[in-house]
Design a protein. Sequence first.
Length: 94
Amino acid sequence: MRWWKSPLLAESAAFARDDLDSAKAEYEAVLAQPAGTLTPYAKYKLGWVRFNQQAPEDALADFYDIAHDTSTPKVLRKAAAFDLVRAYAEVGKS
């Protein structure tokens, strides 16, 4: 798939517009496909959608999965580990 045809472009735009429901649907559509190079990114962004929709437990699970998946690029694992702390703190406030 060419980058300009990537479905992640649409949901990233939706995420940037704060259209979280559309972004969530698109990220989930990417995750429903066979795993590929975009899969970890979609899961990471889905974690942020969930966090912003006041579902920190779900975000925490997404960030944890990414942070501990050694097939995920290191930079994304590191970002997920950092964001996992924020989600964990929100879960503690509940």
